[in-house]
Design a protein around this ligand. Structure first.
Ligand code: ZN
Length: 204
């Protein structure tokens, strides 16, 4: 049963959100119409503004309201280090950890031949150009420790090795392993294997 074309359209529109099916979309729409009108109006305004105003930073590809984002504009962060991540949420997680003070490059995905995502789709040529132009000395490949993330990291490293860069650039990968405060007995085999391979002398 349909209430009105406007309600139907609202429900259908909400279904574009990840993890939102028909039932959840209905619940959201009814909530907004019943008791969330001011919130709904704010949401509508913010959505409209974000959809037209948010672009991709010309340097790092992250979301930005301006042609260059705040991090790329910050001279102190142009220190020769660029950290490559798959998504803006990965960048945020690193920023919130608060220890890293270099620049970023946000791929907005990873290589995935099955889904038709190639190097051009995630801006790898742009990344290589930037590495050359900015005189980057260390490239941290912080793609996810998944099959696709590893493949993407290796692809970028290979391109840099095979003439993508004029100088020798330190290419690093994030260490992964046992969570701080974790117990070995609860760690899965894959993680434990990585932790073993990435072991370091005790003095470090
Ligand atoms: Zn940027």
């Amino acid at each position: 049963m349909a209430f009105s074309p406007l309600v139907d359209e609202l429900v259908e529109s909400l279904r574009c959100l990840p993890g939102v099916g028909q039932k959840t979309a209905q619940r959201m729409a009814f909530h907004l119409l019943e008791k969330g009108r001011s919130g709904g109006e704010r949401l509508a305004g913010a959505l409209a503004q974000a959809m037209t105003g948010v672009r991709r930073c010309e340097t790092c590809q992250n979301f930005s309201d301006t042609p260059t984002c705040g991090i790329c504009e910050d001279d102190r962060r142009r220190n020769g280090t660029v950290c490559v991540v798959e998504s803006p949420s990965d960048l945020l997680a690193i920023e919130q950890a608060g220890d890293y003070r270099g620049g970023y490059f946000v791929l907005m995905g990873h290589l995935s031949p099955i889904d038709g995502v190639g190097p051009e789709d995630i801006g790898i040529n742009r990344l290589l150009q930037r590495v050359r132009a900015e005189g980057v000395t260390e490239l941290i490949l912080a793609t996810n420790p998944t099959v696709e993330g590893e493949a993407t990291a290796h692809y970028i490293a290979d391109r840099l090795d095979s003439g993508g860069a004029d100088r020798k650039i330190l290419i690093t990968r994030l260490a992964h392993g046992i969570p701080v405060g974790g117990e070995l007995g609860y760690v899965d085999g894959f993680t434990l294997t990585h932790a073993f391979r990435g072991r370091k002398p005790l003095a470090e």
